[in-house]
Design a protein around this ligand. Structure first.
Ligand code: FE2
Ligand code: FE2
Length: 206
């Protein structure tokens, strides 16, 4: 358990402070950079910062859940999904830099909160843990869908990234379902939407 904690702590520091890397090629690698107005660039940057912060949260949630999940198959699936979330982290991080910005200052705060939520979900038992994961991935998928229409029309690079992420998140939701996710009570889903909204508003700006 102590070894686990130390390695998760190390992973946390890396998520927050070290550049992430991707085994898969970045989805926008063959897409040309478009000419964006200053306003469009700012908007795309804000949206990609939100998505990056979302991926920081995903790291923390998955880590927390993997620490406390009981079933070895569930733990393994969580680790595999977390690996893909690191790739999402790498893609959004690079895109933020290309758009001339930096990641959200609130990342450490959301990371810590999400880790606590992940640990709690894991402690409730595997079916709730997986239910929470499934609902998170559903909500993130829907959110990314909205970004596909919100991103500036010419910003095909950001759109290529968001679109691949959306596909991955829906796959993660299916994985959770297959592993036996329970459906969460409506008020819990509502609370999750509310905290996601707070995260979105804060990281868009700073
Ligand atoms: Fe992701
Ligand atoms: Fe995901």
């Amino acid at each position: 358990m102590l070894d686990n904690l130390i390695s998760e702590f190390d992973r946390g520091l890396r998520t927050l402070f070290a550049p992430a890397s991707s085994a898969r090629p970045h989805p926008d690698r063959d897409v040309a950079e478009a000419e964006l107005s200053a306003a469009d660039k700012r908007h795309a940057l804000g949206l990609m910062r939100v998505n990056h912060c979302g991926e920081v949260c995903a790291q923390a949630l998955y880590q927390g859940q993997a620490l406390t999940a009981r079933d070895p198959a569930a733990r393994e699936a969580l680790r595999h999904a977390a690996f893909e979330e690191v790739e999402h982290l790498a893609w959004t991080e690079r895109r933020i830099r290309e758009l001339g910005g930096r990641p959200s200052l609130f990342n450490p705060l959301w990371y810590t909160g999400s880790l606590a939520i992940g640990v709690t979900a894991g402690l409730l038992g595997d079916k709730w843990n997986l239910g929470f994961l499934q609902e998170t991935e559903h909500q993130v998928g829907a959110h990314l869908d909205s970004h596909l229409s919100e991103l500036p029309a010419q910003d095909d690079k950001s759109r290529a990234i968001v679109s691949q992420m959306r596909d991955d998140e829906l796959k993660h939701a299916d994985m959770a379902q297959q592993l036996g996710a329970a459906s969460l009570p409506l008020p819990v889903k509502g609370m999750m939407k509310l905290s996601a909204k707070l995260m979105t508003v804060s990281s868009y700006r700073l």
